[in-house]
Design a binder for this molecule. Structure first.
Ligand code: ZN
Length: 251
């Protein structure tokens, strides 16, 4: 087998390996995207949960404060009953009124916070159907990934062994060039020479339509055992099978 025939054999199996791998990668990327969206939603819910916890803590602190004021008022009421004179009585009454006003303010504030706790709880409930839907989508993507792996693993293993066998035939420098160009063009490493006008010796790269300089064409036609690349897209050029047969017949 000539070097070009070896490369074409490699290319045939390489394209199949790449296509199967890309199907798997596509499913993996989709799953990663679904997982990311689910994680974002979970993080949002955690934020709201933290907000609610803080509000609940504030409300609890205020309740304690309010109760301690109640106790003080109770003590003052006792003092009031035992007060010896009007001046003392009025002073105690005045203090009671002042701290009762404080308590009213605290209770009002606490009420506002409890309302916010309730609103936050409602927001948290709103997350449930969204999370259920996101989880369902993530699980479906996960199942699709597993299914694709299962469907392709045997065939992919076979193809990878075939590819390794084909690659073993190709010299190292041509191999690394092939991989480089294949990566550049999503696996399309090879391009057939297109005959534009045989009489005027006009040829082009069928992949990118760039004209092939005559010297380059001559090198390829001469079958020197060297790889010839398109000057523009860098794909490895090869002749159509019919042209190769025709050339061989004329020799
Ligand atoms: Zn080209």
């Amino acid at each position: 087998m000539s070097l070009l025939q070896q490369l074409l054999a490699l290319h045939r199996v390489d394209v199949q390996v790449r296509s199967l791998r890309s199907r798997l990668e596509q499913a993996d990327r989709f799953l990663a995207g679904q997982q990311r969206q689910l994680d974002e939603l979970l993080a949002q819910r955690t934020d709201v949960e933290n907000q609610r916890r803080q509000l609940q803590a504030q409300a609890a602190t205020m309740e304690v404060e309010s109760k301690s004021i109640d106790a003080r008022v109770q003590r003052l009421r006792n003092d009031l009953n035992q007060s010896g004179n009007t001046k003392q009585y009025n002073a105690i009454l005045c203090e009671m009124k002042s701290i009762e006003a404080q308590k009213d303010a605290i209770d009002e504030q606490a009420l506002g916070i409890l309302e916010r706790v309730e609103q936050t709880s409602k927001r948290l409930e709103g997350f449930e159907p969204l999370l259920a839907e996101r989880t369902r989508l993530r699980d479906a993507a996960k199942a699709e990934c597993a299914q694709r792996r299962q469907d392709t693993s045997e065939r992919l293993g076979e193809l990878e062994r075939e590819r390794a066998a084909a690659a073993a035939q190709v010299p190292a420098d041509a191999m690394s060039l092939f991989d480089e160009v294949a990566d550049l063009h999503d696996g399309e490493a090879m391009s057939e020479v297109e005959v534009i006008d045989a009489r005027h010796r006009e040829y082009a790269c069928s992949a990118c339509n760039t004209e092939i300089p005559l010297a380059l064409y001559a090198r390829l036609a001469g079958d020197t055992g060297k790889v010839v690349q398109c000057v523009s897209c860098k794909r490895i050029l090869h002749m159509a099978a019919s042209v190769v047969a025709e050339t061989a017949r004329k020799r």
